[in-house]
Design a protein around this ligand. Sequence first.
Ligand SMILES: Cc1cc2nc3c(=O)[nH]c(=O)nc-3n(C[C@H](O)[C@H](O)[C@H](O)COP(=O)(O)O)c2cc1C
Length: 374
Amino acid sequence: MSVNSTAANAAAPLFEPFANEKLKLDNRIVMAPMTRGFSPNGVPGPDVAGYYRRRAENGVGLLITEGTVINHPVAAADRNVPHFYGEAALEGWARVVREVHEAGGKIIPQIWHVGTARQREKFPESDAAPIGPSGLSLTGDKVSEPLTTEEIRGLVQGYAQAAADAKRIGFDGVEIHGAHGYLIDQFFWETTNKRTDEYGGDRVGRTRFAVEVIEAVRAAVGPDFPIVFRFSQWKPVDYGAKLAPTPEALAAFLAPLAAAGVDVFHCSTRRFWEPEFEGSDLNLAGWTKQLTGKPTITVGSVGLDSEFTSLFAEGKGGQTASLEALIERFARGEFDLVAVGRALLNDPAWAKKVREGRTEELQAFEREALASLS
Ligand SMILES: Cc1cc2nc3c(=O)[nH]c(=O)nc-3n(C[C@H](O)[C@H](O)[C@H](O)COP(=O)(O)O)c2cc1C
């Protein structure tokens, strides 16, 4: 267990503390939210608490939980995804928080509704239809009727209740899942939002649902509780999708979200090194930081050298090359925090090894890592 001081020095910037008025973190490494499906009947058990605690013990600055669904009958895509409502599930989450805090870590839940991405066949006992702004799947198929205004208001309250519960049971903030083609993103995306009322229309009009969610969450948690908002240009059915094709469009899209009360933007990309727009090296987190003035989290294939081709794609070794590129961008101030997904799923001690320069001990991501909560 030798410490390689050259490699450790190179990584040192990522291990500087982060502090603003609301959020104080020991370092810049964030565990990316990753659905694991190990919560029978939606209740996270002691094994889930242990899974997060191990990452906290090994020096991850901020843990973002797997997506955990708000209180709505069709919020989950799949079984065994943790709920964020009901006494048993919230008790399970309180235990997660306790264990992470005991290990010196910080943790926020990612609150989630899948919209029309619900996989109906996984719930044969229910005839409830999935919901979405226009009742359209990501491929544009009609799966249900468009949401009514009253239903939309109920959903907004569902997010607010989850955020209030997050604060009540001791989480350090909350992340709203606005990415990857799920409910909030279905409002953002023109393919899935064909509404002509105040929740539809142009790019800014399509932010209205998210704005109401953020405002309701802010009202529920008060001014000092950190709200992280995750968004992505890409969709699972279209990696080339762009909610905002230019910096001007991105500025217009982000301004209402920032004004509604977002503290940190989590900019989901598949590869952190890819420039978001022509004519500049900046990635999505870089542009978002510049356009909103808010701190940002970058993400995408950190510690992996193969691309993020599907949620379950296999990454392979070569960690140091992409780490160097990451540190270079970080040192330029392009973004503030770095989320790590598969590398941390694979190896609970990933952050500690990087911090200590033990790069030769980093292991390639293996698909088998998905099969258990190690
Ligand atoms: C198994 C798995 C589950 C995921 N579940 C979620 C999720 O619940 N919410 C989310 O926003 N992103 C989810 N993602 C995306 C990750 O947060 C992350 O953005 C992506 O894996 C890219 O980071 P990486 O290359 O470091 O793995 C998931 C990814 C994986 C591999």
